[in-house]
Write a protein that binds this ligand. Structure first.
Ligand code: FAD
Ligand code: DLZ
Length: 509
């Protein structure tokens, strides 16, 4: 009897372990657009268009390679991926289901605990071979360590992969990390590259129509839709980044500008996370650019660190700590997510720029996610699950394994410092230093206690004050407490009162 190979919407790689273990003449591939996956959060319309269109193109590619593919389009009305397997098995009896392990805890549990009984055949789960560090390898690295610092994980990954290593086993340039060189503010030169746009073909056009009809109530603009939807196009996007943006990626990694939504970022996460690109080929392309002299070391190292380091590390943390991780809320943050996150008007220029980019592109760059929308959520004491669901919904690259540690750990400090030793809380001064937002903002970034003061300033000091017990003796935060205590008491009272008022009136931001 044949076997069924279920390929998920973020598993669009021909080298996938399930496909490698199957027989294309005998086994059948199953792919399905289903309401459960499209609906567990209100995904941005561009994210759904991208996934459905990339899935349809991938199914076509598999058929061209000789695979038999049972493809269930959204119009077939299926609820779950298990329903799709049942339908396929009813037409062509199967002895087993093969699946490369899902990236997400929720689906992994269903596959293990519910599907074998529902389907009446074994469900075999295979390691996802597209990552550079397996679950077992990460567990081994983490075992017995007091602190799970990304930097040490990254060094091991550099040694293991050989990326940017000398023949004698030293890091190229004599340092592991060139982050201290990567803090420039962007003043308009060099010119930012224009993003590569792909014109929707008839398959994508059909999906755009479907999504506009079915998911019109979701936050985000479905059009213009310019994403790559095939591996071939994604490779073009990679090439475009390496040639036009990588050389300056390092310098302007933390910069923000009203004039440029993407600056020198790669925009590759959406393709990488869906499987159209593989992490090692991206890192090798960046290393090659450094070797042939077209990108400096601080750029190549900074970029490779994000993929070889951060991306693999957050995945490791997710699988090491789930399911309890999703319940953590160390700072007891409980307030509702302000309506501005879903597009309500705000006079904060930094926030309105980040939300506009999110609505238009289903993308915002890292510093916007971390230091603008993330920082505001932290300072506004937003409920961890609410902000987690927002990030999972609004970005085209969002899957829980990568989004949750970034949101819960890095942004909300909800894991009590497992991911980042101190919270990334910042006042408006940080935004002013790294962007041109503040000079074009309604609020005054120089003050903290007046009606027109930058809300981040008053909220920052309120955060410092309300978490005194936890952070006053933290070695990297003690100096902020000293500054707070040195302030005139009357001024402190006024700042705190404004911070409190803002917490209670989020719709006035
Ligand atoms: P670039 O700046 O060009 O970086 C290159 C690549 O490095 C990215 O494509 C990505 O694969 C990887 N990378 C960079 N930073 C991280 C990181 N912190 N964690 C994991 N990978 C990283 N990234 C996602 O892929 N999916 C998410 O759902 C996601 N949610 C996030 C939520 C929050 C609150 C924060 C602070 C960050 C989140 N990130 C997420 C990480 C990062 O912001 C995005 O990977 C990046 O903005 C994607 O744009 P890019 O491809 O242009 O990245
Ligand atoms: C995100 C997503 C969406 C919107 N729709 C589908 C779908 O209809 N079918 C599918 O196989 N996958 C979809 N996905 C991606 C899955 O949610 C993803 O595979 C899991 O969250 C595991 O990472």
């Amino acid at each position: 009897m044949s076997r069924l190979v279920l390929v998920l919407g973020d598993q669009l790689s021909t080298s996938l372990s399930s496909l490698a273990s199957a027989d294309r003449l005998r086994d059948r591939v199953v792919m399905a657009e289903v309401s459960e996956e499209a609906g567990y959060v209100p995904h941005h319309p561009k994210k759904i268009i991208f996934i459905f269109s990339a899935m349809r193109h991938f199914a076509m590619q598999l058929r061209e390679q000789g695979w038999q593919v049972d493809y269930y389009a959204y119009e077939a009305g299926l609820t779950s991926l298990c329903d799709a397997l049942q339908q396929s098995a009813a037409r062509n009896p199967a002895s087993e289901v093969l699946i490369t392990r899902s990236g997400e805890w929720r689906l992994d549990q269903h596959m293990r605990e519910l599907w074998p009984a529902t389907l009446g055949i074994p469900v075999t789960l295979l390691e996802d071979n597209r990552f550079l560090c397996s679950h077992a390898e990460f567990r081994k690295w983490a075992a017995g360590r007091k602190q799970l610092r990304m930097e040490y994980f990254y060094r091991e990954m550099r040694q293991r992969s050989g990326l940017l290593m000398s023949a004698t086993g030293e890091p190229q340039g004599g340092r592991w990390n060139f982050d201290s060189d990567n803090r420039a503010r962007y003043d308009g030169t060099p010119a930012c590259p224009t993003a590569l746009h792909f014109t929707p073909d008839p398959i994508t056009r059909d999906v755009i129509d479907l999504v506009k009809q079915t998911f019109a109530h979701h936050f985000g603009d479905p059009e213009p839709f310019v994403f790559a939807v095939t591996r071939e196009q994604a490779l073009q996007a990679l090439q475009h980044f390496i040639e036009n943006a990588l050389p300056w990626f390092g310098d302007y990694q933390d910069a923000m500008s009203v004039h440029h939504d993407h600056l020198f970022h790669s925009l590759l996460s959406v393709y990488l996370n869906a499987g159209l690109l593989l992490p090692m080929e991206i890192c090798q392309a960046a290393e090659q650019a450094w070797r042939n002299g077209s990108a400096p070391l601080n750029a190549a190292e900074g970029f490779i660190r994000q993929i070889l380091g951060w991306r693999e590390y957050v995945r490791g943390i997710y699988w090491l700590k789930m399911p309890d991780y999703a319940e953590e809320n160390a700072l007891h943050s409980t307030r509702p997510l302000p309506a501005l996150y879903w597009g309500a008007e705000t006079r904060m220029r930094c926030v309105s720029e980040a939300i506009r980019a999110t609505r238009e592109h289903a993308h915002a760059h890292h510093i916007q996610r971390l230091m603008v929308t993330g920082n505001l959520a932290l300072l506004m004491d937003v409920d961890v699950k609410e902000i987690h669901h927002w990030y999972l919904a609004v970005y085209a690259d969002a899957y829980e394994w990568v989004e949750l540690p970034n949101t819960l750990g890095m942004v909300m400090h909800a894991d009590a410092g497992l991911l980042g030793s101190k919270p990334y809380a910042a006042s408006g001064k940080y935004i002013q230093r790294m962007s041109d937002y503040c000079s074009q903002c309604h609020y005054n970034v120089a003050t903290s206690e007046n009606d027109d003061s930058c809300p981040l300033n008053s909220l920052y000091w309120h955060f410092i004050d309300r978490h005194q017990q936890r952070f006053a003796r933290h070695p990297r935060m003690a100096m902020f407490y000293r500054s707070w205590e040195r302030m005139n008491e009357d001024k402190r009272r006024r700042i705190f009162a404004r911070g409190q008022w803002l917490l209670e009136h989020p719709d006035t931001l």
